[in-house]
Write a protein that binds this ligand. Structure first.
Ligand code: IPD
Ligand code: CA
Length: 283
């Protein structure tokens, strides 16, 4: 069943990816802003989500849907599709060829602390790279099976991370990173959380860490990591979700959790002065 769901996700990610890529030939306009002035949505984000929603209505009418751009439907089957129609919208806007369509199908309550991801696909249409996984069937980049390699020591690890759209949170994230950068090989901020997780699965970075993500940013990517033999962890003893997500080889993740705690990088979001999130962004 999971492999069948993965096949659907691959097909739809390709359809939406082709649409998104083709639209990039024209002028891309910001259609609105969300949680802050720098959190933008384009017409193509909405078009891609509409395409995915209506295709899933045809193919899987009893499944639920949770999309970044507001489409939501309760599940009758116990399965829910968690969709980011363009992850890396700012890259897309600037024509940086590093953005994705991210599609996961989860069972149970569609919240990161309780869901089980059954299948997940992250597709970058500008490189034609299709990362895909089905639970218990492995993770792949196109036809190549992915496996997390033996990790380097933490001081030689390459860390990917991302920043929130809230300026208060960005300053906090920068403060934490400034304490880490001297103790790692280096840090990358590539702009697309789902592709950061795919990069961990593919051994392109050793670790990934981010706070304040939404469910659609990491649903598919987290399965890529675990199916490649990596581990996904929350921070500060909390479940994976808005509070934080860490991904990498299990040994390296355990070491990084400790390091983060030593520098106060795992205090809860509620303790960060001035931080408040917009509840419309949180499912
Ligand atoms: C964003 C990207 C970015 C991450 C942000 C996400 P969006 O998603 O994944 O890399 O740092 O936290 O919100 O807005 O481009 O779909
Ligand atoms: Ca998005």
């Amino acid at each position: 069943m999971n492999e069948y769901l993965r096949e659907i996700a691959i097909k739809l990610a390709r359809e939406a990816g082709e649409l998104v890529f083709a639209r990039r030939e024209g002028q891309i306009e910001v259609a609105g802003t969300k949680s802050s002035d720098v959190d933008v949505v384009t017409k193509v984000d909405k078009e891609s989500e509409q395409l995915l929603f209506s295709r899933l209505e045809e193919l899987r009418p009893d499944d639920g849907f949770l999309g970044e751009e507001g489409r939501e439907k309760n599940s009758k089957s116990g399965l829910t599709w968690v969709v980011d129609p363009i992850d890396g919208t700012v890259n897309y806007l600037y024509n940086l060829p590093h953005y994705s369509v991210s599609i996961a199908v989860v069972s149970g309550d569609p919240r990161p602390e309780s869901w089980q991801v059954e299948a997940g696909v992250v597709y970058n249409p500008s490189t034609d790279e299709m990362f895909h996984a089905a639970r218990s069937s492995g993770a792949f980049l196109n036809d190549r099976r992915l496996e997390i390699a033996v990790p380097p020591p933490l001081h030689l690890a390459l860390l990917a991370t991302g920043f929130a759209y809230s300026s208060v949170m960005r300053e906090e994230q920068f403060r934490i990173l400034s304490q880490l950068i001297g103790q790692l090989r280096d840090i990358r901020r590539m702009g697309t959380a789902s592709l950061d997780l795919a990069a961990v699965a593919a051994g392109r970075v050793d670790l990934y860490f981010e706070r304040t993500l939404s469910p659609w940013d990491h649903a598919a990517g987290e399965l890529l990591v675990t199916e490649a033999g990596g581990s996904i962890s929350g921070i500060g003893g909390l479940p994976v979700g808005r509070e934080g997500i860490l991904a990498g080889h299990p040994d390296l993740v355990a070491e990084f959790v400790e390091k983060l705690s030593n520098i106060g990088g795992d205090r809860s979001l509620a303790e960060i002065p001035g931080w408040e999130f917009d509840s419309k962004d949180v499912k």
